[in-house]
Write a protein that binds this ligand. Structure first.
Ligand code: UDX
Ligand code: UDX
Length: 512
């Protein structure tokens, strides 16, 4: 606990005060970032009153119910333990702002869909709205308020927040703006928050800035070892978040690029990943070749970095990072093309069963898995354009979400005619010409593939976009199997599985 050595923030004078005691935190935005983060703060800091507010009454009602708006392993238990004690979910945004020592901004920052920076730049309208609301709501004489940007933002966004606040400041109020980006991944949010690799806090390089940084650090120190709390200037902290996501995504695009070479040469990308990952300078994580990365952050943050680089007149830097995203697009369409080519170059009117629609396993906004930027969307759209009938099964994603993601407003009849969603994987696979695995849900490993095979049209194709199944076993069963980064020899299966694909790449002249 922080010792109450000096004055509380509401009565401080910046020349005298060296330490602030934090007793109330308010969080604007009860989404994937704000919700879990505040739950863990409340659990780990029983003396701090944490209030999470959101403009959406529906979302707040969900946080106050048994059906939380987000599914994360362990989260419901934390909410159960703290809700109504030191953890409040509310729509009373004003009261929460007025009484808070620290205000987290956790609103969404989507990619701009129009105007300058369309398709790349982060839209800061909600962050700006939040800053204006803070400026309007904070009362005269409130002393220092610490405003923390947790939403992923472009570099120097804190400056804009600071400008809005400082130009609308009331008497005896001052603001310190900190950057404290969140690194949690969906599906492991509780674990990531309880035991983060690091906590970044960026602040102004002034005495007041330092004091604010220390105050926020004192909150995290209640459960995070001190050496994992890294402080730096605001811009470094903002850039570090974008850079971290860019580096992670770059590893996936890098291994996926190698997967294409493996398929053309007979090398196996899993073996290559194992070999290079043993180099301690490289490390084994994030080297799983796949149908492509998805999720709300990687593409968005890289495009944001690309836009910033373009604005800074650094076109080579922009092009470098843009390639990570372009390659991901290539990987998705390469996989979709492989499906069409293997099925004798046409999927028109063939039934294809898509297993998995979420961008990765264990994601969950309750009742609907998270599909943001999911590779399944891109693969499905490609197959729809080729006239395939898709039967989609995902253990979490709802039919309405699939419709939202796949329906083309210009031709709604296409979706109606070609797409069906199923609650049962066996039903989805019945009479299908091919199974296409897009998400790494654990349950796909233990499905009864013999039963599935028996119900499928022959030859029965299986495309494993996640490299998660026992391919030899499936081929013995009779499947024609294709995957990422390995050229499988179909010789082990029964005769009907040994479909000669005219589309296998030509042997590499340097190798054969
Ligand atoms: C989002 C971004 O995806 C991420 O990059 C950023 O770092 C943080 O915000 P997430 O928490 O997953 O992450 O977004 P979302 O689940 O959409 O939650 C944002 C919440 O803010 C929503 O509940 C929304 O209702 C709320 N909000 C938004 C407000 O309360 N007020 C606003 O003005 C705008
Ligand atoms: C990511 C970052 O990991 C997290 O630190 C940040 O705060 C938000 O963005 P998230 O998008 O939840 O988290 O998921 P992550 O586990 O990083 O996976 C992103 C995508 O990459 C998924 O589609 C996943 O399937 C894919 N992936 C991941 C691979 O294809 N191969 C890998 O080796 C790892």
């Amino acid at each position: 606990m922080v010792k109450n050595e000096e004055l509380s923030p509401s009565t401080q004078d910046s020349n005298q005060v060296k330490k602030m005691t934090i007793s109330k935190i308010c969080c604007l935005g009860a989404g994937y970032v704000g919700g879990p983060t505040c739950c863990i703060i409340a659990q780990q800091c029983p003396d701090i009153q944490v209030t999470v507010v959101d403009k959406s009454a529906e979302r707040i009602a969900a946080w106050n119910s048994k059906e939380l708006p987000i599914y994360e392993p362990g989260l419901a238990e934390v909410v159960e333990q703290c809700r109504g004690k030191n953890l409040i979910f509310s729509t009373d945004i004003e009261s929460a702002i007025k009484s808070a020592d620290i205000i987290f901004i956790c609103v969404n920052t989507p990619t701009k869909t129009f105007g300058m920076g369309c398709g790349k730049a982060a839209d800061l309208k909600y962050v700006e709205l939040a800053a204006r609301m803070i400026a309007e709501t904070v009362e005269e004489g409130s002393g220092m308020k610490i405003v923390v940007e947790k939403s992923t933002v472009p570099v120097r966004a804190a400056e804009s927040i600071g400008n809005i606040l400082k130009h609308n400041v009331k008497q005896n109020v001052s603001y310190q703006i900190l950057s404290n980006p969140e690194f949690l991944a969906e599906g492991t949010a509780v674990k990531d928050l309880l035991s983060p690799d690091r906590v970044l806090i960026g602040g102004e390089e002034t005495a007041e800035g330092q004091m604010a940084v220390d105050a926020l650090a004192s909150v995290y120190k209640q459960w995070v070892p001190e050496e994992r709390i890294i402080t730096m200037n605001t811009w470094s902290s903002e850039l570090s978040k974008l850079a971290a996501n860019a580096f992670l995504a770059q590893r996936i695009s890098s291994i996926n690029s190698i997967s294409a070479v493996c398929e053309a040469t007979g090398a196996d990308v899993s073996e290559v990943a194992r070999a290079i990952g043993r180099d301690t300078r490289i490390g084994p994580k994030f080297l799983q070749a796949s149908v492509g990365f998805g999720g709300s952050c990687f593409q968005k943050d890289i495009l944001n970095l690309v836009y910033i680089s373009e604005c800074l007149n650094l076109p080579e830097v922009a092009e470098y990072w843009n390639q990570v995203v372009s390659f991901n697009t290539f990987q998705r369409s390469r996989f979709a093309r492989k499906v069409v080519e293997s099925l004798f170059n046409t999927v028109t009117d063939k039934k294809i069963c898509i297993l998995g629609f979420a961008f990765k396993k264990n994601t969950g906004r309750v009742a609907k898995g998270d599909t943001r930027e999911s590779a399944a969307i891109y693969v499905s759209k490609h197959l729809l354009e080729e006239g395939a009938h898709l039967s989609i099964y995902d253990p979490k994603v709802s039919a309405s979400q699939v419709k939202f993601d796949l329906e083309d407003p210009d031709k709604p009849e296409q979706f109606k005619r070609l797409v069906t969603c199923h609650k049962d994987p066996y039903e989805a696979a019945e009479k299908a010409h091919a199974l296409v695995i897009c998400t790494d849900w654990d349950e796909f490993v233990t499905l009864d593939y013999k039963r599935i095979f028996d119900g499928m049209a022959k030859p029965a194709f299986l495309f494993d976009g996640r490299k998660m199944l026992d391919h030899q076993k499936l081929m013995k069963m009779g499947f024609h199997v294709e995957t990422i980064g390995t050229r499988l020899s179909q010789s082990s299966g029964p005769a009907d599985a040994r479909v000669e694909s005219p589309f296998l790449p030509a042997p590499c002249p340097h190798i054969n």
